[in-house]
Design a protein around this ligand. Sequence first.
Ligand code: 13P
Ligand code: SF4
Length: 323
Amino acid sequence: MDRTAPPTARRGCDTILPSSPDQTLAERIAALKEERNAVILAHNYQIPAVQEVADLVGDSLELARAAAKVDADVIVFAGVDFMAETAAILSPTKTVLLPAADACCPMAEMISAGEVRVLRERFPEAAVVAYVNTSADVKAESDICCTSANAVAVVESLDAEEVIFLPDRNLGRYVARFTTKKILPWEGYCIVHDRMTADEVMAARRDHPDAEVLVHPECRPEVIDLADHVFSTSGMVRHACASPTSEFVIGTEVGLLHQLEKKCPGKVFYPLSKKAVCVNMKKTDLAKVLAALERCEPRVTVPEETAARARAAIRRMLDVPIP
Ligand code: 13P
Ligand code: SF4
């Protein structure tokens, strides 16, 4: 019996696989993806070229769901570190690669596991809800995670009447509008969304009087007050495509405009702020995606003791139905 592997056998991350220099970067990525049985998951804020080579482009919740169930040996995460960590926690038997090893989320670094433990001592009756934009250590100290797409549903699913919400103060205050529970927000924030101002919304309304204004819940309360709708990134895409309106002002990171223009052809999108650029989301490019697939590096792993506790908080979130 011939025990040699057939030439088409997929090889996971067992070997270094250089690709052919005669092909374009996108072609080499596609070929290596096939050879390694890999998928590329990309956040909506990635540069267009990276979005175009991805198997799935989505918001944090869609990407977490995909990471939990995807049938692949290797996940290449085009995003920032907490997203790749979440994938590694949910799929511990898969190899998770973060092409830009230094792509981090400054908001996630605004709270530590030690600070969560202190909060628990101070508010022993409160449940702890951790935005997915947190480290694995912080998730491990939390009762449940949430994303911008399900934060209200997650808080409403809890028995506790008091909720420590971390680390995003703006998302925490946004959730507080929709619940009778007492929300205790941590003072973290997204350095991209927190910079958007009410003056920018008013100027955009003057410049584009027929446009609907969609903003992300990481924006400040006064920006949210002036918006027509508040959505996660993929929520904005779904709403814009379904809406009879044809012009939109988009109050989130500018990378989302690529998905909006692609998925809602014929509609026009204006960024609320051209300065709304997350430098960490822009650290991934095609050369880094290719290098990651060739070398199977940089890998993201989470120690199982931490991962097991963080996994419980993430899985609880994934079990919460979104209305
Ligand atoms: P969503 O795509 O989940 O709305 O998240 C926005 C964000 O800032 C991710 O870092
Ligand atoms: Fe973090 Fe904000 Fe960048 Fe998202 S956009 S990764 S929340 S800094």
